[in-house]
Design a protein around this ligand. Structure first.
Ligand code: CA
Ligand code: CA
Length: 392
C-alpha cells in the first residue's frame, strides 16, 4: 500500500531527530526506521488508538495524539504552547495524516446474477476483516476520512499544553479543549488536565463506569455517566435540589466513532459539574422515553459541597435531615429568601403548613408564631446571607 510507504517516509524524515530521543526509541541507522508500535501509522490503527485512549496517550516517553476529520477542512492538528503562550522546546517525533478512502460497493448490475454479486460483496467485506462493520454500505462512495497523528517529546521540567487547531483557517473550529502535560526532571510525563482521569473514549468510559457509580465525585467535581438513545425518543433530564448549586462545565459523548452514521445506537454521555455555590445538593438524572414512564430510570446521589471545594457523598437520609436543619428555609428549597417569608406569613394567616416545620420554627421553641416571623425578617435583612446548608 503506498500510504504506508509515505508514512514510513515521513517517519524517516522525522528520525533525523533521533539523536535527541531516549535510547530504545530509535532503530539502528542502517535499518528502515519504523516508528514505535505505540504510534498509530495507519487510518485504522489511529481509529483503534482513539477507541482505546481517546485524543491523547502517554507512551514510550512520548505524548501521542490522534484527531479525526471527515474532510480536509475540518482536520485539526495539535498545537502546543507553554503557560505564557510561547512555543516550548518539544521534539516532534512524528506528524502525519492517515487517510482512508471509502471503497465503492460492488453494484448488482455489474454482475451476471445475484450469486456472483453476493460473492463479490462478501469478498469486499472480507478484505476489511474486523473493520468491515465500520464501513457498512450503502453510504457515500469515495468519501475520504483522515486522522491527524502526532507524537512529541517535551523537555524535562516543563509544562506544555496542546490544543487542536483547524488545518484550514477558514474551517469552522471544533472543540477547543486543551490538554496539559507536565514532565519531571527525568522526563516522565503526566497529564494534568481533566482528561488525565476523565474518560474520553469508549474503552475508558467502560472502565470508568465499571469502577464508579453513575453519579460520582472526584477533585471537587460531580460526574454523571449514562447512556441515552435519542433514536428511541429517550431523553435525559437533570434535576438538582438543595442549598448548593452545581454548574455544568462539560458534556460530551464517549461513544464509538461511527465512520458511517448508524441509526439506532445510543450515546455514552459524560456530564461534569463544578460547585457554583457550596452547601448540600441532591442530583437526580432521569433517562427514558417521556411518554412511557415505565422506561424512565433515575439515578440519584446527594453531596455535601464545602467552602474549600471538597465534595463528599452523603446518604439521602442525611440530605433530608440537612434540608430540615436550615432555620428560615420554610419552603425547603435550600435557600433563605423572600419566598420563605411568604410561606411563613401564609401559615400564620391561613394555617397553610410550611414545607419544613423545623425550619419555620426559627427559635426552636416548638411553636411557629410571630416571634419566628420577626427572626426570619432579621435573617433576611442580614447583609451577607448565610449559606451553610444547614450544617451548623
Ligand atoms: Ca427557601
Ligand atoms: Ca418558634
Amino acid at each position: 500500500m503506498n500510504i504506508k510507504a509515505r508514512i514510513f517516509g515521513a517517519f524517516a524524515a522525522a528520525s533525523v531527530l533521533c539523536t535527541a530521543l531516549p535510547s530504545g526509541l530509535c532503530l539502528t541507522a542502517d535499518a528502515e526506521p519504523l516508528p514505535p508500535e505505540s504510534i498509530p501509522i495507519s487510518f485504522f490503527s489511529a481509529y483503534e488508538f482513539e477507541e482505546q485512549y481517546g485524543a491523547f496517550r502517554i507512551a514510550d516517553g512520548m505524548i501521542i495524539t490522534v484527531r479525526y476529520a471527515s474532510s480536509e477542512d475540518t482536520l485539526m492538528r495539535a498545537e502546543y504552547f507553554t503557560s505564557d503562550g510561547s512555543a516550548p522546546d518539544v521534539v516532534t517525533v512524528y506528524e502525519t495524516v492517515c487517510r482512508f478512502v471509502m471503497p465503492e460497493e460492488p453494484k448488482q448490475e455489474d454482475y451476471a446474477d445475484y450469486k456472483e454479486y453476493a460473492q463479490a460483496r462478501d469478498a469486499f467485506y472480507e478484505e476489511y476483516g474486523s473493520y468491515a462493520d465500520l464501513i457498512r454500505f450503502p453510504g457515500e462512495v469515495n468519501q475520504e476520512m483522515r486522522y491527524y497523528v502526532g507524537a512529541f517529546i517535551p523537555q524535562p521540567n516543563t509544562k506544555i499544553s496542546f490544543r487542536f487547531v483547524p488545518q484550514n483557517e477558514s474551517a469552522v473550529s471544533g472543540s477547543l479543549r486543551s490538554y496539559t502535560f507536565v514532565t519531571d526532571a527525568e522526563g516522565n510525563i503526566t497529564e494534568t488536565d481533566l482528561f488525565g482521569w476523565l474518560p474520553d473514549c469508549p474503552e475508558e468510559y467502560a472502565r470508568f463506569t465499571a469502577e464508579n457509580p453513575a453519579i460520582t465525585t472526584r477533585d471537587g467535581l460531580v460526574i454523571h455517566t449514562g447512556e441515552v438513545n435519542h433514536s428511541t425518543g429517550a431523553e435525559m433530564t437533570v434535576e438538582q435540589q438543595g442549598s448548593a448549586v452545581l454548574e455544568k462545565i462539560l458534556e460530551y459523548s464517549c461513544s464509538r466513532r461511527e465512520l458511517i452514521p448508524l441509526v439506532g445506537s445510543g450515546t455514552n454521555l459524560v456530564q461534569v459539574y463544578s460547585i457554583g455555590s457550596p452547601g448540600t445538593v441532591k442530583l437526580s438524572v432521569s433517562t427514558g422515553i417521556p411518554w412511557y414512564p415505565e422506561s424512565i430510570e433515575t439515578e440519584t446521589q446527594c453531596f455535601d459541597a464545602a467552602e474549600d471545594g471538597t465534595v463528599t457523598p452523603i446518604t439521602e437520609e442525611e440530605f433530608e435531615a440537612r434540608m430540615d436543619s436550615n432555620p428560615g428555609d420554610c419552603n425547603r428549597d435550600g435557600r433563605r429568601d423572600i419566598s420563605d417569608l411568604v410561606t411563613l406569613v401564609q401559615f400564620l394567616l391561613k394555617g397553610t403548613a410550611p414545607a419544613s416545620a423545623p425550619n419555620a420554627d426559627l427559635n426552636g421553641d416548638g411553636r411557629i408564631n410571630a416571634v419566628d416571623l420577626t427572626l426570619l425578617k432579621r435573617v433576611l435583612m442580614t447583609p451577607v446571607p448565610p449559606r451553610d446548608g444547614g450544617n451548623n
